[in-house]
Design a protein around this ligand. Sequence first.
Ligand code: ATP
Ligand code: MG
Length: 734
Amino acid sequence: MQTETLYSQSPPYLETLNDPQRQAVETLDGPVLVLAGAGTGKTRVLTARLAHLLHTGRAFPSQILAVTFTNKAAQEMKERVSGLMGGAPVEGWWLGTFHALSARMLRRHADLVGLSSNFSIIDTDDQLRLLKQIMEVEGIDTKKWVPKAMLHFIERWKDRGLLPAQVGSEDTGDLADGKLKGLYGRYQARLREINACDFGDLSLHMITILKDPANATVLADYHRRFRYVLVDEYQDTNVAQYLWLRLLAQGTGNICCVGDDDQSIYGWRGAEVGNILRFGQDFPGAKIIRLEQNYRSTNNILKAAHAVISNNEGRLGKELWSDSGDGEKIFVRGLWDGEAEARWIGEEVETLQHKKWALNDMAILVRAGFQTREFEERFIKLGVPYKVIGGPRFYERLEIRDALAYLRVVMQRADDLALERIINTPKRGLGDSTVQTLYAYGRAKGIALYDAIMDLTQTDELRPKVKTTLMKLLDDFARWRSLVDNMHHAELAALILEESGYMQMWKTDKTPEAPGRLENLKELVSGMSQFESLAEFLEHIALVLENQNTSNGEFITIMTLHGAKGLEFKAVFLPGWEEGLFPSQRSMDENGLKGLEEERRLAYVGITRARARAYISYAANRRMYGNWISAIPSRFVDELPPAYVEVSADSGVYQAGRSSHWDSSGFKPQATAPRVVAERKVMSEDGVILARGDRVFHDKFGYGKIINIDGHKLDIAFDKSGTKRVMDSFVTKA
Ligand code: ATP
Ligand code: MG
């Protein structure tokens, strides 16, 4: 094997590194933990270290185990290392995500856990189907104990590296009538019978194998093989992954992990930042290296981010500096509503484009998926190419397509594809065979599915229960159709989603995605108000969906804050900094202070993605499901020291940073009292406060007088159309 001395001068990838970075790259023996803030070059250090190991002949690619957080990051690291190595392709990598690497290992030893090497890896749908079957066999009420919720428990145990036998009864309580632990066991047995794994099993099975003294040769083999272990984004590993790493690295002890406790944002998925704190205990003699120079951002951005994260307790604590000057202040902007926010960001994007900034250098980072809609609409209007990374575009999301399908059938009953999509969504007991029967009949007669249903429900062709269900569905559609001309289309859409049981379906759904889907549906309804009619809205959607692959070249990125970890952009837009949205109310409700602190770390991740410019915005009003909700700026906005921000606001919008709770030194805000979130007001479409007796105007019903207010519902005596109940947000003050 070659040695370092082969190189008379230091290789190019080392030359640009600062001293501690270089130390982290060159300390090849023994455990190393690089604990450092955002943008300090942790990923760069890992990449250089990989190159260095190869370059110095310390190891072949097949002897290095390198873990990244995403497949994309793995790909980038591969490219960068082969770039550093002079472009030669590097073969035989063990470089990838925990999942990918574990799967690869498990295929080699599947028999040791009762699988064969061609096992399949199943997704959430299959996991649920399997668990549900087992629950039914066990006679557990799946209405009371929703399988999705039960699966969640099982997955968290797997994250913690617990096999069924290791789950304590105190962990299960009376879940699934006290049978949850048994269910977990049966679920595992069933997976084995069908030769399958879920994602959690990938590391869990490997831990089982590597820990078993009977397999000592397997472990010894890996110890011989992997001379070096490298891990990026270490703060977001869960316990099972940690155990997996520890087992593999204990052979040589040559493990290098890089991470930042301030960027731990996957607690909700089982990640344990405590793994960082355990490192020193598990790998005695670990060298801890801190990096403090940030190469990504200007000082204003860094200091602002630092001030925000300083509000968290129990941090390991670190401060960053940058020699790239103060740069520009962070732009903080208060806007009237979500539409104004999108318009403002659109204008700023165009201004930057005029200054020759590339779209590829800009990103909009949102807290919640539903937020993308407003920006997508704006960019389509402006003709600015964009990509939603890490998820489908708004109108392509499952729940949005479902909702649109309902609306399409209402507008056009011969829309078979739409009807087929939702005929049994939510579940109505109309299985595939019923749909086949209906289709076969329709085809024979040359008529649409809807008409086939009309015909067949007049006969005794179908089972009575199926017939009743279908008749109810036809009734519903007929009623909704009759409302098209008498009700505001957004109100109608909300009504359809409620009456069809579609909203309910997601409300009772316990998967982590469900709340986001509900938010998307509400956003869909809110967004409809911008259009004249249902027909016009559907037309618009059809065009939006068609108008997709407009550009292969430059585009602005829209993604969630979670997805943006590890990335950087010259300009970053951070919209929706309002209490309840960010920090997310759900996260705070479910996890209290811990939840709030994870949200704050997310804010830190967001700000530190920016190289030169960061824009933070909040809206004073959000239309949620047809209701106007008045929002207050996020507490994180208040945590930004005035010295590093430039605040402005639309007229009439509270201007953060100018209010009395900022102290005179201008540095740190005094503690603010806990705030009431999303206080509701009865407000007209144009934001005017309404009271009984006010005269108002409604698009469909004309002028009238408010005779009663019930929450957001107004009873209005209309001059020409009699008394009607409408939502406050659909009227303007006359
Ligand atoms: P994060 O915590 O966000 O993952 P990180 O610590 O992994 O950040 P990197 O992404 O590795 O940071 O580096 C941030 C930026 O700084 C990159 O553009 C990188 O190329 C640059 N950089 C890092 N170290 C140096 C250096 N010594 N000289 C010049 N540029 C550097
Ligand atoms: Mg990184």
